[in-house]
Design a protein around this ligand. Structure first.
Ligand SMILES: NC(=O)c1ccc[n+]([C@@H]2O[C@H](COP(=O)([O-])OP(=O)(O)OC[C@H]3O[C@@H](n4cnc5c(N)ncnc54)[C@H](OP(=O)(O)O)[C@@H]3O)[C@@H](O)[C@H]2O)c1
Length: 314
């Protein structure tokens, strides 16, 4: 395993974070109906009080509103917050200059001089990983971000990003990917192993599979909106997984289904960033860290979910 660089060490010390896609997003998350700024403020404060201070946002979340709201909350708290945001590679953004320009826009919305982690949200057909990373080098040189990451990058593109940054003596800090008990592609296609080998922090998004791994949804009570159809098939296979999560939770002083699901990711060496809509959910999720499942329990959960989806090898 590559030694973890000093610049990125802080990321490896974080056990759990908070996702901020729900902050302003109406289409998937029903912002304004299921939750408002009031609930978001409460859950922000509660998370900080429970030691969760790594917050993941993006310029496209709520069309910039997530960053604006986070900036407002940060201004109103005395507590330190670690901010990660993302560059969206729209097809018309095809030169490296777009990166520092977009980051300046994010910083303005956040009311900050720099962020702790700047990530590329997705791969692009109009910008190579090399060009993207040259743009990231500019962001680092101008002091706009402390570290650099990617998101939704497969192993090959991740290595291209890693190598380009290495030429400038800059480490690739992280790769943010979809990873949960119900979505284990990164284990099967080698991305997780490669991250560990290269000292890249794997950040797990949708770690509760958008609410499925909380135990509250079933075929009789599917999640609302687009999630209902997205997960119609997976919901049928869910009951034995929820039962196992519940049983294991009982053996750990009644940890909840969500807490066990998040802890499984921590045991795998990932950094989960669950999203939340209210104080209760955020408090519950914060309790996913600070303890450990046994190796045997991790194996039982592995076996219960091994064949829940088909995964392609990259
Ligand atoms: N890089 C990317 O492309 C990408 C993609 C997706 C997400 N992300 C990031 O990852 C973060 C997390 O992923 P996610 O938001 O997609 O999904 P998630 O964390 O798996 O699920 C979040 C949702 O689950 C429900 N929930 C959460 N905690 C709960 C609890 N303790 N009890 C009951 N219900 C609970 C809430 O929705 P309901 O109450 O409506 O069920 C909440 O909005 C995002 O906020 C974002 O920052 C990044």
């Amino acid at each position: 395993m590559t030694e973890i660089s000093n610049e990125t060490r802080f990321l490896h010390a974080i056990e759990i974070g908070l996702g901020a896609w729900q902050w302003g997003d109406r289409v998937v998350w029903g912002y304004g109906q299921t939750h408002t700024d009031k609930e978001l403020r409460e859950l922000f404060d509660a998370s900080l009080n429970l030691g969760v201070r790594f917050i993941d946002t993006a310029e496209i979340y709520g069309s910039g509103y997530s960053e604006r709201l986070l900036g407002k909350f940060i201004k109103e708290t005395e507590q330190p917050v670690l901010v990660a945001t993302k560059f969206f590679p729209w097809p018309w953004r095809f030169t490296k200059g777009f990166l520092p320009r977009a980051l300046k826009g994010s910083l303005e919305r956040l009311g900050l001089d720099s962020v702790d982690l700047y990530q590329i949200h997705w791969s692009s057909v109009t910008m190579t990983p090399e060009t993207m990373m040259e743009g990231m080098v500019e962001c680092i040189k101008r002091g706009l971000t402390r570290t650099v990451g990617v998101s939704n990058f497969g192993e090959k593109r991740m290595i291209r990003a890693y190598s380009t940054l290495a030429q400038h003596g800059i480490p690739l800090a992280s790769n943010q990917v979809h990873y949960s008990l119900l979505s284990r592609e990164v284990e099967k296609n080698g991305t997780l192993a490669r991250c560990k080998e290269l000292g890249i922090r794997l950040i797990a998004y949708s770690p509760l599979e958008k609410g499925l791994l909380t135990g509250k949804y079933s075929t009789a009570n599917p999640p609302p909106g687009v999630r209902g159809s997205q997960y119609a098939e997976l919901l049928k296979k869910l009951p034995p997984v929820i039962k196992l999560l519940t049983d294991i939770g009982h053996d750990h002083e009644n940890k909840t289904v969500s807490q066990v699901a998040l802890n499984w990711l921590i045991c795998k060496g990932a950094l989960p960033i669950p999203g939340a809509k209210n104080l209760k959910q955020a408090e519950n999720n914060a309790g996913g860290a600070g303890w450990r499942l046994t190796e045997k329990e991790v194996t039982r959960l592995d076996e219960a979910t091994d064949n829940i989806r088909e995964y392609s090898k990259s």
